[in-house]
Design a protein. Structure first.
Lengths: 314, 309, 573
């Protein structure tokens, strides 16, 4: 520009004036969930984990589809640590049982403990977390202290103590393991829910709903909770994996599922004695366990990315 | 800062009382004869029963019992295990080993986790980032006890780089392999957390302002991105100490490390209820104290915390 | 920047000073492209501007116009996915559009400084203020002892600088933080300072002080300033030249006053017409239509026109603040406020942050209980309402909130959002509710096709229209607007204000308008209540308050309106 004070005006055809604040009408309406689903669908990580989880669910529900051999039938010491043979693709355990069948039948316990624990934790944790976060006051204080106390009791240590109780000694079952895990893990879920609810509860749309005449509880259920769910869903998915590990660890230590229930944790513990000679015996249940956990962790990771509010700003 | 420390100390007391009360209540106050319950199916000798009765003051009212239990805990009067050894003496012997193991594991997860996380976070989307992300998922998915056996087999038995079982010769070198196993899962979590935290603070306004001031890139990364990213990582490390203790039970069992976890594991195998309760109570005490330390570190890293009311 | 009453002759004197001097910064034909997942997006095209040494140039535009992007390119701070794709950025003749990072680090701080927008997020919360100044001085090779740091801070108008330097950002108020950021930006005496909306997050009176101080400092140092702002009034008042950007392009540029008095480009014209800080009269459209409307509604409107729909009497709200260790202190957020609101009119409550104006709104809406005092609605004491009566009250008094991003539930589509009040109050069946929603969308000038959309797909102005439609769904008599237009761009703000004025005329609505922006008050309100620290300091009709304010505080507020000192011919204003 030559003169400093020239008055420049852009030619009109270069910058046609748009109507102020026109509505862009090109794309289809997207809700948060539809949007997240579209993002998920494109992630290879999600597709892989979803397929794995579907396969695992089928195996857990109908183990006999994949294995005609019952896990404890035909265990013959003659087959001890035997290699793969026809009809027994993974070989035999120290006790001479079919590893393949045991791995297939172990799926059920792992998944049911994981899923049931997550459901319990969700029910208890979300209820307490949401109430404490939304109403505050003494409930919040009590919950915070209770959370601190449980927080100071790490999962495995706490489980060690609880499982020494007569109640748990005599009635070992899937349900006792679920109870132990839920008892020790719900405070974390409550904390996350509380945090999310506190973040939403003062939003203008919540105040607006109250000004409409909706009750306090009504706003909590209709507006606050749905908007606080994203972190809860992410944590629940990740915890599925964590709880499956916890069950296997407890069973491995001998304080988890009862001996009669097929569990990868048990089989890994039993395979310890053969580790130097035939490590494959441990390899198969260990791989099954790891793959199961991996698929839930991958799912949680993908869901977290898809629900990330930062990726949704326009 | 002094007020913050005092306030935190005051907050720790109810947590400690609550936790020990919970443990104690579950074992000694639920319906049924606690002594019989502690021994499960076995019938202990009468002498042991009598010792336990006086040790836990079971004839007194519950609150007196609990109070005396707390006093015993703080005076390290923890009673004897089933072989007649005083538990306090055993703990004093094995605790340093576990402390060594835990410190080594903590260093591994903190140093490597943060370093890898920072590199991945600074170059988000690059090949290093993508590789490390997938690898960390796999590491998280493999449970510690599986990892323990695999590493024992590969590095201990097959390659012979380390002793497969530690036994009595517990020193920094021999504990390295179990420490790696113990720290690996948390290492992956630390890595992912650091990465997320770094890439978030990279986009923070104050980082852009720091660059606009004319600071060099290394200074911006060190003083502004890294310093701020460490805050959530430190919180995680503190919270995870409990997980480390749980993991120590498994790891020490597998590698036969003569530590607290191993003693606990053996007590579990032998269903020695009183020993378990004593050791867990001590561990809770340690955990709460360690978390207090982490909180102070946290307050040092984040000045906003100190002034919170 | 020069603080003065600007006239044409001043500008000409300035021009004479510049003759024969090379521009400090010259941007030529600049294009900036962002790589996104949806392909390349050109954020800036054909941008050009010139800044002479010591001169202040303002870039004016709405959000997304490319004004900040252009300025960030000049200091080499474009986001990672953005790059200069065409053109030159000449600093003293040197093209820095593609300069190496090493060269940019040399320039930043001591040649080009920056004062960022949001004082809350631009200081690192974990370092002491003094350290953040010190590292700036050190990085640019200047003495950085405690005294140097304190001097830099006190020059920016921070009293007690030695002590302040040892504090953390969270111990500072917003205005003090902005002063610290100005101190940092000017600490190495740069030749060019980029000030990106340096005061838009602050209260008007603080804003004025800080801009005045920035003026003085840059004049003393001879620093040229590139001022980014959305406020045309502020730009014209503070800058020698104004550059108007629209959709990534420069549409008009020239000396401030000339451009304001004689805007050429239709966009600039539109901007000048709607700039609230330049407007001096209440929106008239509504008034004229209002007369006709009240004729049509004669029986109802006549009877109601005279009465006071809201009477606020000695309202007090005391909060207990926790002081730690179980101690609490009482804090009166609202302290003895009384005023009346006449049916069918607009009453504005004006005040800065912390004045208690929003607390009054919450109490009128029955979302907070007053500690003392009464709120009479239609002559009835609202504190005596039973819950069923309160439910009916809610139909008659509805709010519209500030944040267009927070006021709509992101999980609800537009239809459900507007239909919710009808459902809650069990009005009509499904079909009649849908009909009502369609009518409401028409009323706020949104296409009916937007019913299935979600809030995140709408712009701020459109969301605010949806919020208005929701508030209107129950046919209320009183609408409480809590900063309802504060977050919107100027043109959109004008549009929404016009909509509100039309609705008032057509529906006989009463507005209680809570705002910090006096310029907006002038456009929409009949009566004004000025609040300061919980107390009502002045009330009166809008014209009286604006033309002859009685209280010092009101005068200060009025003075602080950007552009208030500009002398513009009435036909423009």
């Amino acid at each position: 520009m030559t003169s400093n004070n020239s008055h420049f005006v852009a030619p009109m055809d270069e910058t046609p004036l748009l109507a102020t604040d026109a509505l862009k009408n090109e794309d289809a309406p997207l809700s948060l969930w539809v949007d997240a689903w579209r993002k998920l669908r494109r992630r290879p990580l999600f597709i892989m984990s979803a397929l794995l989880i579907m396969a695992l669910t089928v195996i857990a529900l109908f183990p006999s589809l994949l294995s005609t051999v019952a896990p404890n039938d035909g265990c013959e010491l003659a087959n001890s640590e035997g290699g793969p043979s026809a009809g027994h693709p993974f070989g035999f355990t120290f006790q001479g049982c079919d590893i393949y069948s045991r791995v297939v039948h172990g799926t059920q316990a792992s998944l049911s403990v994981g899923v049931l624990s997550v459901i319990c934790v969700l029910i208890v944790g979300v209820t307490f977390g949401a109430l404490a976060g939304f109403y505050g006051g003494w409930l919040d204080t009590v919950l915070a202290r209770l959370g601190d106390i449980f927080f100071a009791l790490p999962l495995i240590l706490g489980a060690l103590v609880i499982t020494q109780l007569p109640l748990f000694r005599t009635n070992k079952s899937v349900w006792t393991v679920v109870l132990v895990i839920s008892l020790l893990a719900w405070p974390q879920m409550a904390r996350i829910t509380r945090g999310a609810v506190v973040e939403v509860r003062n939003a203008d749309f919540v105040t607006a709903a109250r000004a409409l005449g909706l009750s306090r509880f009504g706003t909590l259920v209709k507006h606050v909770l749905p908007n606080a769910l994203a972190p809860v869903i992410v944590l629940a998915t990740l915890e599925l994996g964590v709880f499956i590990v916890a069950e296997a660890t407890l069973s491995f230590l001998g304080i988890g599922l009862p001996e009669g229930v097929m569990s990868w944790g048990h089989d890994i513990a039993a395979a310890q004695s053969s580790i130097r000679t035939t490590p494959e015996i441990m390899l198969y249940p260990a791989a099954a366990l790891s793959i199961t956990v991996l698929s839930f962790i991958m799912l949680g990771d993908a869901v977290r990315d898809a629900l990330d509010p930062k990726s949704r700003q326009r | 800062m002094v007020r913050f420390i005092l306030r935190r100390l005051l907050q720790v007391i109810p947590v400690f009382i609550g936790t020990t009360l919970l443990v104690y209540y579950m074992v000694f106050a639920l319906p049924g004869d606690p002594i019989a319950a502690l021994f499960g199916d076995r019938q202990p000798p009468q002498a042991v029963i009598d010792t336990l009765r006086s040790q836990y003051h079971l004839d007194e009212p519950f609150w007196v019992q609990y109070g005396l239990f707390l006093r015993n805990l703080f005076t390290f009067n923890l009673g004897n295990d089933f072989t007649g050894q005083p538990i306090a003496a055993t703990l004093a012997r094995v605790f340093p080993v576990t402390a060594m193991l835990a410190v080594e594991a903590l260093i591994i997860q903190a140093v490597f986790g943060v370093a890898f996380g920072v590199f991945a976070g600074l170059r988000r989307g690059g090949w290093f980032d993508s590789t490390v992300l997938v690898a960390s998922l796999v590491v998280i998915a493999v449970p510690t006890f599986v990892l323990g056996f695999v590493f024992q087999l590969i590095f201990g038995v097959n390659l012979g780089w380390a002793k497969p079982t530690v036994g009595a010769s517990a020193d920094w070198g021999n504990l390295l392999l179990p420490a790696v196993v113990l720290g690996l899962v948390s290492f992956a979590y630390v890595l992912r957390l650091t990465r997320a935290s770094v890439s978030e603070s990279m986009n923070a306004d104050y980082v852009r302002t720091a660059t606009a001031k004319g600071l060099s890139r290394p200074r911006v990364v060190l003083a502004h991105i890294l310093r701020n990213s460490l805050i959530p990582v430190v919180t995680y490390l503190g919270a995870n100490l409990g997980g480390l203790m749980g993991g120590a039970i498994v790891t020490e069992g597998i590698f036969n490390v003569p530590g607290v976890g191993n003693k606990l594991y053996q007590a579990v195998l032998r269903t020695e209820g009183p020993t378990i309760v004593s050791i867990v109570s001590v561990l809770v005490l340690v955990f709460v104290a360690a978390n207090l330390l982490v909180d102070l570190l946290y307050a040092w890293l984040d000045p906003r915390i100190r002034y919170d009311q | 920047m020069r603080d003065k009453k600007m006239t044409i002759s001043d500008v000409q004197v300035d021009e004479a000073d510049y003759s024969g001097i090379r521009p400090l910064l010259e941007i030529r034909d600049l294009a900036i492209t962002f790589k996104t997942s949806g392909g390349d997006v050109q954020a800036v095209r054909n941008a050009h501007l010139t800044i002479m040494p010591g001169e202040t140039v303002a870039i004016v535009g709405e959000s997304g116009s490319g004004k900040s992007t252009t300025a960030l390119a000049a200091i080499g701070l474009l986001p990672n996915n953005g790059a200069v794709s065409h053109g030159q950025i000449l600093l003293d003749g040197e093209d820095i559009a593609h300069a190496t990072e090493k060269r940019m680090i040399e320039l930043r701080g001591n040649t080009i400084g920056m004062v960022p927008q949001d004082p809350m997020s631009n200081l690192n919360p974990v370092w002491k203020i003094g350290y953040q100044v010190k590292e700036t001085l050190r990085a640019n090779g200047r003495p950085s002892g405690p005294d140097d740091v304190a001097q830099v801070l006190s020059e920016a108008g921070l009293p007690d600088a030695h002590r302040r330097a040892k504090q953390y950002p969270h111990e500072f108020s917003g205005g003090m933080r902005q002063r610290a950021l100005i101190a940092i930006g000017l600490s190495c005496q740069p030749r060019l300072l980029i000030a990106d909306e340096p005061t838009s997050a602050l209260d008007v009176t603080v804003q004025r002080q800080i801009l005045d101080h920035l003026d003085t400092m840059t004049t003393d140092l001879g620093t040229a300033v590139l001022l980014i702002t959305h406020d045309l009034g502020l730009a014209a008042e503070r800058a020698d030249k104004v550059v108007v950007m629209y959709r990534g392009q420069v549409v008009e540029a020239g000396p401030s006053l000339a451009l304001l008095q004689n805007p050429q480009h239709p966009y600039t014209k539109r901007l000048v017409e709607s700039a609230p800080s330049l407007a001096s009269r209440r929106i008239q459209v509504a008034r004229e239509q209002g007369l006709e409307a009240s004729d049509l509604l004669a029986p109802v409107a006549e009877a109601a026109a005279s009465d006071q729909v809201l009477q606020i009497q000695d309202l007090r709200k005391v909060y207990k603040l926790r002081q730690g260790l179980g101690k609490t202190t009482a804090f009166a957020a609202v302290d003895g406020v009384s005023f009346d609101v006449k049916r069918g009119t607009t009453t504005a409550i004006v005040g800065e942050s912390g004045s208690g104006k929003s607390t009054v709104a919450k109490m009128v809406l029955q979302l907070e209980k007053p500690t003392e005092g009464k709120i009479l609605f239609d002559g009835v004491d609202t504190s005596l309402l039973k819950s069923s009566e309160l439910f009916k009250f809610r139909r008659r008094v509805q709010p519209i909130f500030q944040d267009p991003y927070g006021s709509l539930d992101p999980m609800y589509n537009i239809y459900r959002t507007i239909e919710e009040p009808l459902r809650v109050h069990k009005i009509g069946d499904k079909a009649s509710r849908e009909k009502k929603v369609r009518e409401l969308l028409d009323q706020v000038a949104l296409p009916q096709s937007s019913m299935q959309r979600y809030p995140n797909e709408l712009s701020g102005g459109q969301r605010q229209r949806v919020a208005i439609a929701r508030a209107l769904a129950l046919d209320p008599e009183v609408i409480i607007c809590d900063e309802a237009v504060s977050a919107l761009d100027v043109l959109v703000q004008a549009q929404v204000l016009n909509l509100l004025a039309d609705l008032q005329a057509n529906l006989g609505l009463t507005y209680l308008f809570i705002t910090h922006d006096l310029a907006v008050v002038r456009q929409i309100a009949d009566h004004v209540c000025v609040m300061e620290k919980g107390k009502l300091v002045e009330t009166g009709s809008t014209n009286n308050v604006f033309e002859s304010p009685q209280q010092e505080y009101t005068k200060a507020l009025l003075n602080a309106i950007p552009g208030a000192k500009l002398m513009l011919p009435p036909e423009v204003a």
